[in-house]
Design a binder for this molecule. Structure first.
Ligand code: F6R
Length: 598
């Protein structure tokens, strides 16, 4: 999805362009199809290009010729195809203001018609372009820049994070509604971004803008105000992500680095939350909560698979629980009351469908909890409680370490909320990072993936706690290999999907020795009889070897944690198939890291 970077340095600074392009490169992971920057000096210099950031860099001037205030954007097309004209920033007729925008302006058509009737000429098909023209119209009437910006913003309906620079002014104006914006406080200037990694090289001190807030950023100050223009005090927070976290640390790709980072991510997630003295768990944010009457878990994509896992865990611990795809969550038709806990699972904390579901839950008075990776994200601010999964920044579009950390955080939440004894579970959680490390150290996924890289399709099966792992294995595979992959609850195979199984469709079976083992053996035999190659992901290699073509081993652990170990093997399988096929693994086609539109 689109990304924003802005910077205002001291009047003599000569690195604005470098900071903006560096920020854009840090935002690339969100997914984009065009880029652009605008720099204010005596005039307004705007450069924009469809395609990769390198296309933009080819047309940029000498780095030292720039001014001290500028904005940049990575666009993920919504209104109008990816063209040079549709790329942001957009300007008014006289090129006095340049604007970048994330989100969707719902009333743009009507505003555009009015502006066109007043003589404004548009160059693009975007909804965004109405903003500079609205500002221009207000400037013609009043002449005050800040009031003109504020006027334009108040005319908008929809979701937006907006940043603007004006010709000859060393300042950036910004506003947000339902789309994230954060200000970075550096030694030599101020930053603005939709996402912290964009400026993490320069500062870790941030101020999160809230919905309805405006910011005026100058080289030596920031002023934040509310909708009516009244100044607001905003706390400065320090993020605990480092630039090391956002590099590749010697790995060829972010996804592989993040798969290998899982032991560390899990240790951080567990840190201070496991009480070894009495074998208990304490998640501060939910410690004082009564056991809920029922729990709804809402999420999308990979996080939805984490939600399926969580709902099973909560049910296992005696709380009626259901997982919902956030886009299907409808409080008018689903029984919900003030004693319902609605848990939103969202790595980014910005997924539009998940936020919408949480807002609906808030509206009807349910208690809401977000489980997220991003401090200060919209989900974290809009829910009654928040639990951070502490996985560190995830740059690869495909979620890996955040999925593992979500499962662990949700496991700890389930223990804290139900307050029943869970000593063996807690002990298993404590040793989990080591077990993940041992899977990473010994995995044969690469050789198996290489052998099956030219298959027609891939199927993934599992039961109980491992059914979400099968779904997740398939999602990861389709996402980064662009091949057909499906995950099934293994019992469902014979109710239709078996028709697809052939000798060209490897089946990955998650089959640890748990209560479902014998049934899984039956399911493996079903696919074997159709000559499908079987790859068993198991902690019972000796028992499974005679049934399977290959075995991917996982160590024994609590049955509730086996899916985390199995998933590491499946992540590696999908990664190495995609690698063999030469795919764009960190930025798969058509996908975005943070899906901020419904
Ligand atoms: C898949 C993936 C997506 C996200 C989904 C929700 O690898 O990353 O399916 O899981 O878009 O994102 P969050 O967790 O940020 O709400």
């Amino acid at each position: 999805m689109c990304g924003i970077i802005g910077y205002v340095g001291s009047p003599t600074s000569d690195n604005t362009l470098e900071i903006l392009t560096d920020g854009l490169s840090r935002l690339e992971y969100r997914g984009y199809d065009s880029t652009g920057v605008a720099i204010s000096n005596s005039s307004l210099d705007v450069y924009k290009r469809r395609g990769e950031l390198t296309e933009l860099e080819d047309v940029l001037p000498d780095q030292s010729t720039n001014g001290s205030a500028g904005i940049g954007h990575t666009r993920w097309s919504t209104h109008g195809p990816p063209t040079d004209e549709n790329a942001h920033p957009h300007t008014d007729c006289n090129e006095t203001v340049a604007v970048v925008h994330n989100g969707i302006i719902e009333n743009y058509q009507q505003l555009r018609e009015t502006l066109e009737a007043d003589g404004h000429e548009f160059d693009s098909e975007t909804d965004t372009e109405i903003i500079p023209h609205l500002i221009e119209a207000a400037l013609e009437r009043d002449g005050d820049i800040e009031r003109a910006f504020r006027y334009a913003i108040t005319m908008l309906e929809g979701s937006y994070a907006v940043a603007a620079v004006f010709s000859g002014r060393d300042e950036v104006y910004a506003a947000r509604n339902q789309s994230p914006l954060v200000v970075g406080i550096g030694d030599d200037g101020y930053f603005l971004a939709s996402d912290i990694p964009a400026f993490l090289d320069y500062t870790e001190d941030v101020v999160y803008l809230e919905n309805g807030q405006f910011a005026a950023i100058r080289s030596d100050s920031i002023q934040i105000s509310d909708e009516r223009g009244a100044p607001v005090e905003t706390p400065v927070e320090t993020v605990d992500w480092s630039t090391e976290d956002t590099g590749k640390s010697g790995h060829e790709r972010y996804m592989l680095k993040e798969i290998y980072e899982q032991p560390r991510a899990l240790r951080k997630c567990l840190q201070g939350r496991l009480r070894e003295s009495d074998g208990s768990v304490s998640i501060e944010a939910v410690e004082d909560m009564e056991k809920p009457k029922q729990i709804h878990v809402v999420a999308c994509g990979t996080s939805y698979h984490a939600s399926l896992y969580a709902a099973r865990l909560f049910r296992d611990r005696g709380v009626p629980s259901t997982a919902f795809m956030a886009s299907e969550y409808d409080v008018d038709t689903i029984p919900i009351d003030t004693e319902t806990l609605v848990v939103g699972v969202t790595q980014s904390g910005e997924t539009a469908d998940t936020l919408e579901a949480l807002r609906e839950a808030n509206r009807v008075g349910a208690e809401t909890l977000s489980v997220t990776n991003v401090t200060g994200s919209s989900a974290s601010r809009e829910t009654d409680r928040v639990v951070y999964i502490r996985a560190g920044p995830e740059i690869g579009v495909a979620a890996t370490k955040t999925f593992a950390a979500q499962l662990v955080a949700l496991a700890m939440i389930s223990i804290t909320l139900t307050n029943d004894s869970a000593a063996t579970f807690v002990e298993a959680l404590r040793t989990l990072p080591e077990l993940v490390q041992s899977v990473l150290d010994r995995s044969r996924a690469k050789e198996i993936a290489t052998e099956y890289a030219d298959s027609d399709a891939y199927f993934f099966i599992g039961r109980g706690y491992n059914a979400p792992a099968a779904l997740e294995g398939a999602l990861k595979t389709k996402e980064i290999t662009y091949k057909h992959a499906e995950g099934f609850s293994a019992g469902e195979l014979k109710h239709g999907p078996l028709a697809l199984v052939t000798d060209k469709t490897p089946v990955f079976a998650v089959i640890p020795r748990d209560g479902n083992f014998e049934k899984m053996v039956g399911n493996v035999k079903e696919v074997e009889a159709r000559e499908a190659p079987v790859i068993a992901v198991t902690d019972a290699a000796e028992a499974v070897e005679p049934l399977a073509d290959h075995v991917l081993r996982i160590p024994q652990t609590d049955r509730r944690l086996a899916p985390i170990l199995a998933n590491v093997q499946l992540q590696l399988v999908s990664y190495w198939i995609a690698n063999e096929l030469g795919r764009s693994i960190d930025k798969p086609r058509n996908l975005a890291k943070s899906v901020t539109v419904k």
